[in-house]
Each structure stands twice: as C-alpha cells, then as structure tokens.
Design a protein around this ligand. Structure first.
Ligand SMILES: [Zn+2]
Length: 250
C-alpha cells in the first residue's frame, strides 16, 4: 500500500558542495530551499512563498505515506480496517489544506483603503473563532479572539480581520506567540495607531489528556501603539470586549 513519491529534483540543492546529499523527497527539497534562503520554518511560520507549483500535491502524498507508517507503527490493521483504510490520505489533506493551511497557503488577499475620513475612534471586532493546534501535542486549541483598532492611515474591511486571524491560527502554535504573529500581520495590513488583541482559548492538551481540566482556559492579550501608551484607551478596549461578551451571554 505504500505509494512512491514522484519527486523530481529541480537542482535546488545541487549547487556548490558536491558532498551534500541530494534531496530524495519533496519535503527534503523544500527544506533545502528554506535553509538556502536563510528563512525560519518553525511550526508557526508560513512557508508558502518558498513553495513551487506542484509541491503541495507531492507533499500531500509524502505526508500520507508517513501517516500510513505511523498508523502501522501504532499496530493498526489499516489494510483490513475499513475505518482507517484512507485515514492517512484524509489526515494529509487536513494538515496541508485545512488545520495547518496557514503554513502552506498564502495570506488571503486583503485590500486596504486610505482612511479618508480620518477616523480615529477605537472599535473592536469579535468574537472571532480561534481554531488552532498546540505545537506540543498537535491537538486543538479552540476559543475566541477580539481585535481592537484605533485606525491609522489605512483601513481594512471588518471581515478581513476574520480571514487573517483564521490564516494565522491555522498553524501549530503556542497561544502567546499566535497573538503576537496576528498583531504583526494586522499592523502590516493597516498600520493602526493603536492595536489590541485578546485571545481566550481552551487547550485540548489540557482537556483531553494531561491534567484533564475541561474548564480551564487561557487568556492573553497584546497591546501596541496608543493602546500601550495610553492606559485609558487600553481600558476602553477591554471594556468594549467585556460588553461584546456580555451581549453573547445575554
Ligand atoms: Zn499541548
């Protein structure tokens, strides 16, 4: 049942050092490219810029092969078990195109517009659903996120915050870093005068395994620009989020 990966070397790793081993799989070829470019490819980094057409098709096959090996190593009879027969293919698709798509796919297009009316009142968007996975166990992190903005020179549509958040969270993460990465992306997109983000999430590595605490959640926030320098603005942001939460439970 093991399929072979039709990898064709594109010569990415053939330059220079003759003793360097040629990549034999597409994941090795991509890794060689990333190392050559000097970019980081941690679990919560996006590597889409370094992928070439057709890479993801080959990578999906390679990941499926490895998941199949994992299932066999777990002594699951995938040849006779109708339930797990195609699990490897499903998991590969799910990782590359759904739950970790924020690593392999480019950021959704977000148009920004000049802030012609010079709006400078703060507003919040939320709750935005957080769907992520912890880098330590690859099990879900589920929760909500609120974004507060004091507009700067450019503005983006409300729904765009949801799209960018989904893209950022769809990677293996730890919550503290996820919030920082989301803040960086939003700052790049609309250069706000002030930015605040709050994430409240439940970690299935605590609910499902480990200490098995089903109600524990983690809350963290980041504040930048005017939200950081002006305590009253920061307070206003947290108050607006409290009101949005109250609306939900009323
Ligand atoms: Zn974990």
């Amino acid at each position: 049942m093991t399929s072979t990966v039709p990898f064709v070397s594109n010569g990415a790793a053939t330059n220079g050092n003759a003793s360097k081993q040629l990549p034999t799989t597409i994941s090795e070829a991509i890794r060689a490219r990333l190392i050559e470019s000097g970019v980081s490819f941690l679990a919560n980094d996006n590597i889409a810029e370094h992928l070439q057409p057709g890479d993801l098709v080959q990578l999906e096959r390679e990941v499926a092969d490895k998941v199949r090996d994992l299932l066999r190593t777990l002594v699951i009879d995938i040849d006779n078990d109708h339930n797990t027969h195609e699990t490897a293919e499903r998991v590969a698709r799910m990782y590359l195109h759904e739950v970790f798509k924020g690593r392999y796919h480019r950021q959704p297009k977000v148009a920004s517009f000049p802030n012609v009316k010079q709006l400078d009142e703060i507003y919040t968007v939320g709750p935005i659903t957080v769907r992520s996975a912890c880098s330590h166990h690859l099990v879900p992190i589920m929760g909500n996120c609120w974004i507060g903005i004091k507009p700067g020179s450019r503005v983006i549509g409300l729904s765009k915050f949801t799209r960018v958040a989904d893209w950022v969270f769809s990677r293996p993460h730890i919550q503290e870093e996820a919030v920082m990465i989301l803040a960086d992306e939003i700052e790049k997109l609309c250069e706000p005068q002030g930015l605040g983000i709050i994430v409240k999430a439940q970690h299935y590595c605590m609910k499902w395994r480990g200490v098995k605490e089903p109600q524990t959640s983690m809350v963290n926030s980041v504040v930048r620009g005017d939200f950081r320098h002006d305590p009253s603005l920061k307070q206003e942001f947290f108050e607006l989020v409290r009101q949005q939460e109250a609306l939900l439970s009323s």
